[in-house]
Write a protein that binds this ligand. Sequence first.
Ligand code: PEP
Ligand code: MN
Length: 375
Amino acid sequence: MIVILKHTVPGDGPEMEQLRAVAARYPDLELSLHTVPGALQTLSEVYVFGPTRQVPTAVFEDLPFVQKAFRVSSKYRIIGRHEGQAPTVGFEYRGLTFSQDNFHLFAGLCAVDNREHVEMTMAALQRAGLKTTRMGAYKPRTSPYDFQGLEAACLPYVFELAGKYGIEVIAMEVTHESHLEQIAAALDRAGDPTGVMVQIGTRNTQNFELLKQVGRQTRFPVLFKRGMGITLEESLNACEYVASNGNHRIVFCLRGMKTNLGDPHRNFVDFAHVPVVKRQTRLPVCVDPSHSVGKKVRAVDGLLDIQHALAQGVVAGANMALVDIHPRPGQALCDGPQALLLEELPGLLADLEICREAYRQRVASARHHRLAEAA
Ligand code: PEP
Ligand code: MN
């Protein structure tokens, strides 16, 4: 059950006490407060977990500060979009807003290989006006003989350079709960010059124990990648593990599906699911054209296949994109063949702006025509 409050309440205020007193009349109910930042006002939603079947919604609705209470039968209780809730929610992190209404490009290294490449990449991002990047330190590789990432050893200079070049958020995959502590400790030691959005990679989409750990911490928001060989429903259920353990600051990322039907691309692009995830959840949706396409090949029109895939996601309303770039792709220790050059960043941004504008115009046009039809 979800109880929507009329105004923002603190977790330790009298309203929560009153809600807890009502819940205590029934066995085994648990309450969890969720604040929803909005453009005009912040709303509070209280999730009531446990055997709510025998609890009438009226017991909550009778409280003067409650706007509405309703049952949620859907399997995505927290990440799901339910009737009666605020239509959009987002979250703030390091001064940036992540929501279904805006867009951020996270261009960067698939894997950190050395300080010089990190510095060249971050300097290029700053020149391009970007404050967000991707930098892999812990790499889950198909073969144990492949480069596994520099792990905690690279974190001090990655965070120091992020501070130097004004990078506010780094998407960084974690493959074990200990990585969360390593990242937190390195950030603390560096004086918190930047932020990290912890990434759950496609190989860990259903690593439920890791998902619980990532969900139990709330310092870092989560970039949750769709599983490469499972249904969208299974991936969203897995994503709910993060949310149901307490962390609601999640971005859901589409990254293509593993099937030879996508050949010659590495994965079959699934960006037609951008509007599906936006409809079924209130999460911002990311696309990763680099890991979907997996190679830097150029179409006959001169654009890269990666750009074409990215465009599909963005004109469909994606809110974030991961794009691999590298100053010297030939020297990259992971995924060099799909990395764009730093010099290609301005062109990529120009292309992205066209796609974002096309999306805005498509939405405006759809609204306009619906109005015209009604008139
Ligand atoms: C990555 O983004 O570096 C990565 C490994 O992606 P995925 O988990 O989608 O394969
Ligand atoms: Mn990669």
